[in-house]
Ligand binder design. Sequence first.
Ligand SMILES: Cc1cc2nc3c(=O)[nH]c(=O)nc-3n(C[C@H](O)[C@H](O)[C@H](O)COP(=O)(O)O)c2cc1C
Ligand code: SF4
Ligand code: SF4
Length: 295
Amino acid sequence: MTWDKNPSHKTRVGILYFSGAGNTECIATLIRNTLARREDYEAVFFERIRRALNIRALPEFDLLGIGFPIYFRKTPAIVFDTIGQLQERGRKVFTFCTKGMYSGNVAREVLSRCVASGVVPAVHFEAFMPGTDALILFARKGSWTEKLIKKMHSRHLDRKIDRFVQDVFNTEKISIPRSKWYTPLENRIVKPMEHLITRDYQVFKQGYHVLPDRCTRCLLCVRSCPEENIRLEDGKILFGNHCDLCLRCIHHCPTEAIQIGAKTLKTVRYRPAIPDFLDIPARDRNAGKGKGSPG
Ligand SMILES: Cc1cc2nc3c(=O)[nH]c(=O)nc-3n(C[C@H](O)[C@H](O)[C@H](O)COP(=O)(O)O)c2cc1C
Ligand code: SF4
Ligand code: SF4
């Protein structure tokens, strides 16, 4: 190990995560809860990544976890920028991400970024979670599509996270994975046809708007946008040009006032909670409800 342990001999662990609707927040919370069962662990921070986050002001740590969702087969730029600010030379980092379906070469991309920033990537974990994009774009409330998408998540997540946390402590360093063997094929065949698959995503370009009669001006969207891209001006909620498409505002607006074009008028709003993803009996679910609910 290349860093000094703190005097209490406990490993000080900090977790930074980015999360839109809340899937990654649930996984980050599960990891934190699993870590908390260890005697050799001390939590020093647990923070959602936002543009305004000051990395330099975070408490001292020995081990850092970085979590994020996959957007368009990439690491969100805000996460990339955050890793770029790390100057904790030689410190161990573990990464985890959530995805609706396919993460492409994200592991390679993010671990390379860690190495370039001088931190040592130790373990990387990926979990399937319901596609927050698919729910807002394609799933009408109460439809079979909603039910299907919500069921599409990794099974035995608690066991997988237990194992991951053990690996976090036992692994010194991993090597950067190679580019997926099918990447050249994907670039040549899939990418040129991609507009056919993703044409529904063009709706994102229309941007967000707010239905004035539904908006209560609670300002939740303003407070929770990671890019500070939403403001109240002359009694109206307005959006700027720095959107990550994390969909937090649209999924979390309590009155469903936020829309993208007309497409989202009847589609699902999604706020995940940890018990939705665990193999726990129904009677025990309420005990855990809320613990991982994004704020
Ligand atoms: C704009 C957007 C693009 C997405 N692109 C991908 C993708 O390329 N591959 C994938 O597997 N999932 C994709 N997803 C699904 C998310 O990665 C997945 O739902 C994730 O768990 C969301 O986490 P969050 O709630 O923490 O933001 C996308 C979601 C959004 C909102
Ligand atoms: S969260 Fe919804 S209701 Fe609250 S201010 Fe934003 S748009 Fe209006
Ligand atoms: S405007 Fe909405 S979707 Fe865009 S970054 Fe802010 S919260 Fe996320």
